[in-house]
Design a protein around this ligand. Structure first.
Ligand SMILES: *[C@@H]1O[C@H](CO)[C@@H](O)[C@H](O)[C@H]1NC(C)=O
Length: 306
């Protein structure tokens, strides 16, 4: 009886160990959360166990004298302090070892930078309102200290000043007790016109390249070379520790205009190529967005091959 039980415990232990070892190829999954209330809560997103980094999208208004504004679609209303309750969920994610980033920018106009001084003011605002600083006013997401800032700059205006923004955020992190992670989501045509200044600072940790909405560099089975050349250019040109493949999590045109890669194709034709990159620079897969992923199960499908 006792022996039998010991045996069972050992077998279970071995199986869990094997499951752990085989469960992924060393890459992580990153997801954007915040632009579609049907995606469910941030807590549920983190508790799914699928993602290592969650980008809260977006700080959609800032710079050039604007009042900074967070937009989280129907999740909560920052104007009436309605998003402060996210603090508990953010801390819950971080307890699970998940990094939570504030993504700034997005696809809609409403942000820009007008000078190096403006960039520093925006950086100070972000530091004081979402990171380790102290805000005189209220913190839109409450007292949780986010892990860093994701640059999803897709709208023109002051491209030359995003380097100053990155540098100031980096310096705040360096002077404080906790590193401020810097990440970016450039479009795949190299160089990204909106982000090349920021990326040339060499201060970014991770870059997830959007291989969608850009036919010249997104993956197509009939012409894998255009994606492969673009990936190799990113790998050899940006000074970051990890580069991720960004893909839409659904074929629906409301998720991305083009660039959807079916999970089976991603697993057999894209991931073997990018995992093979030099310098261990492959970081994993970035998915736009949690709403699409929840609906299609894309990340669950590719998980074991990332
Ligand atoms: C991996 O890289 C090696 C050396 O560059 C190359 O010969 C091989 O074909 C690559 N494999 C894949 C799957 O791309």
């Amino acid at each position: 009886m006792g022996n039998n039980r010991t045996q069972k415990v050992w077998i279970l232990f071995l199986l869990s160990f094997l499951a752990l070892v085989c469960s992924s190829r060393g890459g992580d999954m990153v997801v954007y959360w915040g632009q579609d209330e049907r995606e469910g809560s941030l807590r549920e997103t983190c508790n799914s166990g699928l993602y290592k980094i969650v980008n809260i999208a977006f700080l959609s208004a800032f710079g050039s004298g604007r009042k900074p504004e967070v937009n989280l679609a129907g999740h909560c209303d920052p104007a009436s302090d309605g998003c402060k309750s996210l603090s508990k969920e953010i801390k819950g994610c971080q307890k699970r070892g998940i990094k939570v980033m504030l993504s700034i920018g997005g696809g809609n106009p409403g942000y820009s930078l007008s000078s190096p001084g403006d960039a520093r003011r925006v950086a100070d605002y972000i530091w004081n309102s979402f990171l380790g600083g102290k805000s005189a006013g209220s913190r839109p997401l409450g007292d949780a200290v986010l892990d860093g800032v994701d640059f999803d700059i897709e709208v023109g205006g002051g491209e030359g000043f995003y380097g100053a923004l990155a540098r100031r955020l980096f310096e705040h992190g360096k002077a404080g007790s906790r590193k401020v992670y810097l990440t970016a989501a450039p479009q795949c045509p190299f160089p990204d016109e909106h982000l090349k200044g920021a990326l040339s600072t060499g201060l970014f940790d991770y870059v997830w390249v959007q291989f969608y909405n850009n036919e010249e560099c997104e993956f197509e089975s009939s012409n894998p070379g255009k994606f492969q050349r673009s990936w190799n250019t990113w790998v050899s040109s940006v000074k970051v520790s990890k580069i991720y493949v960004g893909v839409p999590a659904s074929a629906s045109p409301s998720t991305a205009g083009s660039g959807f890669v079916a999970p089976q194709i991603l697993k057999t034709q894209v991931l073997p190529f990018v995992r093979n990159s030099s310098k261990h620079i492959y970081g994993g897969v970035m998915l736009w967005d949690r709403a699409a992923d929840k609906q299609t199960g894309y990340s669950r499908n590719i998980k074991d091959s990332v």
